[in-house]
Design a protein around this ligand. Sequence first.
Ligand code: PEP
Length: 255
Amino acid sequence: MAENSNGIRPLVAGNWKMNGLAAALTEAAAVRDALPSLGTGAPEVMICPPATLLSQLASTSRGSALAVGAQDCHPSASGAHTGDISAEMAKDAGASAVIVGHSERRADHGELDRIVQAKASAAHRAGLSAIICIGETNGERVAGLTLTVVERQLRGSIPGTADKTNTVIAYEPIWAIGTGLTPSPNDVAEVHAAIRKNLEDRFGADGLSMRILYGGSVKPSNARELLSLPNVNGALVGGASLKAEDFLAIIRAYA
Ligand code: PEP
Protein backbone atom coordinates (compact mmCIF):
# COMPACT_ATOMS: atom_id res chain seq x y z
CA MET A 1 0.00 0.00 0.00
CA ALA A 2 1.42 3.39 -1.00
CA GLU A 3 1.54 5.72 1.97
CA ASN A 4 2.79 9.25 2.29
CA SER A 5 4.29 10.92 5.34
CA ASN A 6 1.00 10.85 7.26
CA GLY A 7 0.55 7.11 6.64
CA ILE A 8 -2.42 7.86 4.40
CA ARG A 9 -3.19 5.67 1.39
CA PRO A 10 -3.58 8.04 -1.58
CA LEU A 11 -6.73 8.20 -3.69
CA VAL A 12 -6.79 9.02 -7.39
CA ALA A 13 -10.38 9.76 -8.42
CA GLY A 14 -11.56 10.50 -11.95
CA ASN A 15 -14.48 12.89 -12.42
CA TRP A 16 -16.00 12.26 -15.83
CA LYS A 17 -18.43 15.17 -15.41
CA MET A 18 -21.16 15.19 -18.13
CA ASN A 19 -19.09 13.01 -20.43
CA GLY A 20 -19.49 9.41 -21.46
CA LEU A 21 -22.04 7.19 -23.16
CA ALA A 22 -22.09 3.45 -22.55
CA ALA A 23 -19.23 2.97 -25.04
CA ALA A 24 -16.93 4.94 -22.69
CA LEU A 25 -17.09 2.09 -20.21
CA THR A 26 -14.33 0.39 -22.23
CA GLU A 27 -11.98 3.11 -20.87
CA ALA A 28 -13.03 2.30 -17.31
CA ALA A 29 -12.59 -1.40 -18.02
CA ALA A 30 -9.05 -0.77 -19.25
CA VAL A 31 -8.27 1.06 -15.98
CA ARG A 32 -9.84 -1.74 -13.94
CA ASP A 33 -7.88 -4.42 -15.79
CA ALA A 34 -4.55 -2.60 -15.35
CA LEU A 35 -4.85 -2.13 -11.58
CA PRO A 36 -3.70 -5.62 -10.48
CA SER A 37 -0.37 -5.13 -12.27
CA LEU A 38 0.36 -2.02 -10.18
CA GLY A 39 1.02 -4.18 -7.15
CA THR A 40 1.19 -3.17 -3.52
CA GLY A 41 2.31 0.41 -4.17
CA ALA A 42 -0.95 1.33 -5.89
CA PRO A 43 -3.20 4.13 -4.65
CA GLU A 44 -6.92 3.60 -4.29
CA VAL A 45 -8.52 4.34 -7.67
CA MET A 46 -12.05 5.57 -8.30
CA ILE A 47 -14.07 6.66 -11.32
CA CYS A 48 -17.09 8.94 -10.90
CA PRO A 49 -19.09 8.55 -14.12
CA PRO A 50 -22.33 10.39 -14.96
CA ALA A 51 -25.32 9.02 -13.04
CA THR A 52 -26.53 7.19 -16.15
CA LEU A 53 -23.47 4.90 -16.03
CA LEU A 54 -23.17 4.41 -12.28
CA SER A 55 -24.95 1.11 -12.06
CA GLN A 56 -23.30 -0.39 -15.14
CA LEU A 57 -19.82 0.68 -14.05
CA ALA A 58 -20.43 -0.60 -10.55
CA SER A 59 -21.52 -4.00 -11.79
CA THR A 60 -18.56 -4.39 -14.17
CA SER A 61 -16.16 -3.25 -11.42
CA ARG A 62 -17.54 -5.42 -8.61
CA GLY A 63 -14.80 -7.57 -7.09
CA SER A 64 -12.06 -5.44 -8.70
CA ALA A 65 -9.83 -2.73 -7.23
CA LEU A 66 -11.73 0.00 -9.09
CA ALA A 67 -14.11 1.96 -6.86
CA VAL A 68 -17.08 3.86 -8.24
CA GLY A 69 -18.35 7.26 -7.10
CA ALA A 70 -21.25 9.55 -7.93
CA GLN A 71 -20.81 13.21 -8.89
CA ASP A 72 -23.53 14.75 -6.75
CA CYS A 73 -26.46 13.89 -4.51
CA HIS A 74 -29.55 15.58 -3.10
CA PRO A 75 -29.61 16.22 0.67
CA SER A 76 -32.88 14.27 1.07
CA ALA A 77 -33.16 10.50 0.90
CA SER A 78 -36.21 10.62 -1.41
CA GLY A 79 -39.06 12.91 -2.40
CA ALA A 80 -40.36 15.38 -4.96
CA HIS A 81 -37.06 16.54 -6.47
CA THR A 82 -37.34 15.92 -10.20
CA GLY A 83 -34.05 15.09 -11.85
CA ASP A 84 -32.06 14.66 -8.64
CA ILE A 85 -30.62 11.50 -7.17
CA SER A 86 -30.16 10.83 -3.47
CA ALA A 87 -27.08 9.48 -1.74
CA GLU A 88 -29.09 6.35 -0.96
CA MET A 89 -29.80 5.90 -4.69
CA ALA A 90 -26.11 6.35 -5.56
CA LYS A 91 -25.23 3.76 -2.93
CA ASP A 92 -27.93 1.42 -4.24
CA ALA A 93 -26.45 1.79 -7.74
CA GLY A 94 -23.06 0.66 -6.41
CA ALA A 95 -21.24 3.87 -5.49
CA SER A 96 -19.00 3.99 -2.43
CA ALA A 97 -18.47 7.76 -2.55
CA VAL A 98 -19.98 10.94 -3.89
CA ILE A 99 -18.39 14.23 -4.95
CA VAL A 100 -20.13 17.23 -3.35
CA GLY A 101 -19.56 20.95 -3.80
CA HIS A 102 -17.68 20.73 -7.07
CA SER A 103 -17.08 24.29 -8.28
CA GLU A 104 -19.16 23.60 -11.40
CA ARG A 105 -22.14 22.74 -9.18
CA ARG A 106 -21.46 25.70 -6.90
CA ALA A 107 -21.42 27.95 -10.02
CA ASP A 108 -24.07 26.32 -12.22
CA HIS A 109 -26.55 25.47 -9.48
CA GLY A 110 -25.83 28.17 -6.89
CA GLU A 111 -24.74 25.64 -4.28
CA LEU A 112 -23.66 27.43 -1.12
CA ASP A 113 -21.52 25.94 1.64
CA ARG A 114 -24.57 25.03 3.70
CA ILE A 115 -26.04 23.03 0.81
CA VAL A 116 -22.71 21.29 0.27
CA GLN A 117 -22.64 20.49 3.98
CA ALA A 118 -26.16 19.02 3.80
CA LYS A 119 -25.13 16.89 0.81
CA ALA A 120 -22.01 15.64 2.60
CA SER A 121 -24.15 14.83 5.59
CA ALA A 122 -26.54 12.92 3.31
CA ALA A 123 -23.60 10.95 1.94
CA HIS A 124 -22.65 9.93 5.49
CA ARG A 125 -26.26 9.03 6.29
CA ALA A 126 -26.27 6.69 3.28
CA GLY A 127 -22.90 5.14 4.15
CA LEU A 128 -20.97 6.87 1.37
CA SER A 129 -17.72 8.80 1.60
CA ALA A 130 -18.10 12.48 0.76
CA ILE A 131 -15.45 14.03 -1.48
CA ILE A 132 -15.93 17.68 -0.55
CA CYS A 133 -14.55 20.17 -3.09
CA ILE A 134 -13.27 23.60 -2.17
CA GLY A 135 -11.16 26.20 -3.98
CA GLU A 136 -10.80 29.85 -4.82
CA THR A 137 -11.57 31.81 -7.99
CA ASN A 138 -8.81 33.60 -9.84
CA GLY A 139 -10.10 36.95 -8.54
CA GLU A 140 -9.87 35.71 -4.96
CA ARG A 141 -6.38 34.39 -5.58
CA VAL A 142 -5.17 37.66 -7.07
CA ALA A 143 -6.69 39.52 -4.12
CA GLY A 144 -4.67 37.32 -1.74
CA LEU A 145 -7.81 35.67 -0.36
CA THR A 146 -7.04 32.01 -1.13
CA LEU A 147 -6.60 30.85 2.46
CA THR A 148 -9.51 32.94 3.72
CA VAL A 149 -11.84 31.42 1.10
CA VAL A 150 -10.62 27.89 1.61
CA GLU A 151 -10.98 28.12 5.39
CA ARG A 152 -14.48 29.56 5.07
CA GLN A 153 -15.47 26.72 2.73
CA LEU A 154 -14.00 24.11 5.07
CA ARG A 155 -15.91 25.57 8.01
CA GLY A 156 -19.17 25.77 6.09
CA SER A 157 -19.05 22.61 3.98
CA ILE A 158 -17.86 19.82 6.30
CA PRO A 159 -20.56 18.32 8.51
CA GLY A 160 -19.97 17.26 12.10
CA THR A 161 -20.38 13.61 11.02
CA ALA A 162 -17.05 13.73 9.17
CA ASP A 163 -14.23 11.42 10.13
CA LYS A 164 -11.11 10.05 8.49
CA THR A 165 -12.99 7.13 6.90
CA ASN A 166 -15.96 8.97 5.40
CA THR A 167 -14.57 12.32 4.25
CA VAL A 168 -12.06 13.41 1.62
CA ILE A 169 -11.26 17.05 0.90
CA ALA A 170 -10.44 18.03 -2.70
CA TYR A 171 -8.65 21.36 -3.06
CA GLU A 172 -9.43 22.53 -6.58
CA PRO A 173 -8.45 26.10 -7.45
CA ILE A 174 -11.26 27.06 -9.83
CA TRP A 175 -8.92 28.87 -12.20
CA ALA A 176 -6.91 25.64 -12.61
CA ILE A 177 -9.87 23.43 -13.55
CA GLY A 178 -9.83 22.50 -17.22
CA THR A 179 -7.45 25.34 -18.10
CA GLY A 180 -4.08 23.60 -18.21
CA LEU A 181 -2.90 26.02 -15.50
CA THR A 182 -1.73 24.79 -12.10
CA PRO A 183 -0.55 26.60 -8.99
CA SER A 184 3.17 26.42 -8.21
CA PRO A 185 4.23 23.47 -6.04
CA ASN A 186 4.88 25.94 -3.20
CA ASP A 187 1.38 27.35 -3.47
CA VAL A 188 -0.19 23.88 -3.48
CA ALA A 189 1.90 22.88 -0.46
CA GLU A 190 0.96 26.07 1.40
CA VAL A 191 -2.79 25.61 0.85
CA HIS A 192 -2.70 21.90 1.70
CA ALA A 193 -0.77 22.65 4.91
CA ALA A 194 -3.44 25.20 5.88
CA ILE A 195 -6.20 22.66 5.13
CA ARG A 196 -4.42 20.02 7.20
CA LYS A 197 -4.12 22.42 10.16
CA ASN A 198 -7.77 23.36 9.87
CA LEU A 199 -8.81 19.68 9.81
CA GLU A 200 -6.59 18.87 12.76
CA ASP A 201 -7.95 21.83 14.77
CA ARG A 202 -11.50 20.65 14.17
CA PHE A 203 -11.23 16.86 14.06
CA GLY A 204 -8.05 16.10 16.04
CA ALA A 205 -6.37 12.82 15.11
CA ASP A 206 -8.98 12.15 12.40
CA GLY A 207 -8.11 15.48 10.83
CA LEU A 208 -4.51 14.36 10.56
CA SER A 209 -5.58 11.28 8.60
CA MET A 210 -8.26 12.67 6.26
CA ARG A 211 -7.22 12.60 2.64
CA ILE A 212 -6.64 15.94 0.95
CA LEU A 213 -6.66 15.64 -2.84
CA TYR A 214 -5.36 18.21 -5.28
CA GLY A 215 -7.48 18.83 -8.39
CA GLY A 216 -7.09 21.16 -11.36
CA SER A 217 -5.36 20.24 -14.63
CA VAL A 218 -3.58 17.18 -13.24
CA LYS A 219 -2.10 15.30 -16.19
CA PRO A 220 0.58 12.69 -16.79
CA SER A 221 3.28 15.35 -17.20
CA ASN A 222 2.70 17.12 -13.86
CA ALA A 223 1.25 14.33 -11.69
CA ARG A 224 4.47 13.18 -10.09
CA GLU A 225 5.49 16.66 -8.96
CA LEU A 226 2.03 17.63 -7.68
CA LEU A 227 1.30 14.31 -6.01
CA SER A 228 4.61 14.11 -4.16
CA LEU A 229 4.00 17.36 -2.23
CA PRO A 230 3.41 17.19 1.54
CA ASN A 231 -0.25 16.78 2.51
CA VAL A 232 -1.26 15.95 -1.06
CA ASN A 233 -2.90 12.56 -0.61
CA GLY A 234 -4.02 12.01 -4.17
CA ALA A 235 -5.80 13.74 -7.01
CA LEU A 236 -9.24 14.54 -8.35
CA VAL A 237 -8.81 14.37 -12.11
CA GLY A 238 -11.24 15.72 -14.70
CA GLY A 239 -10.30 15.74 -18.38
CA ALA A 240 -7.33 13.39 -18.05
CA SER A 241 -9.50 10.69 -16.47
CA LEU A 242 -11.52 10.17 -19.65
CA LYS A 243 -8.80 8.21 -21.41
CA ALA A 244 -7.48 5.10 -19.66
CA GLU A 245 -3.95 5.70 -20.90
CA ASP A 246 -3.73 9.20 -19.35
CA PHE A 247 -5.53 8.24 -16.16
CA LEU A 248 -3.27 5.22 -15.67
CA ALA A 249 -0.19 7.38 -16.20
CA ILE A 250 -1.39 9.62 -13.36
CA ILE A 251 -2.15 6.61 -11.16
CA ARG A 252 1.34 5.30 -11.84
CA ALA A 253 2.80 8.52 -10.43
CA TYR A 254 1.88 6.97 -7.09
CA ALA A 255 2.46 3.28 -7.79
C1 PEP B 1 -12.30 18.71 -11.89
O1 PEP B 1 -13.20 19.25 -12.50
O2 PEP B 1 -12.53 18.12 -10.82
C2 PEP B 1 -10.97 18.76 -12.48
C3 PEP B 1 -9.96 18.63 -11.68
O3 PEP B 1 -10.90 18.97 -13.82
P1 PEP B 1 -9.56 18.99 -14.74
O4 PEP B 1 -8.66 17.88 -14.25
O5 PEP B 1 -10.04 18.78 -16.12
O6 PEP B 1 -8.92 20.33 -14.53
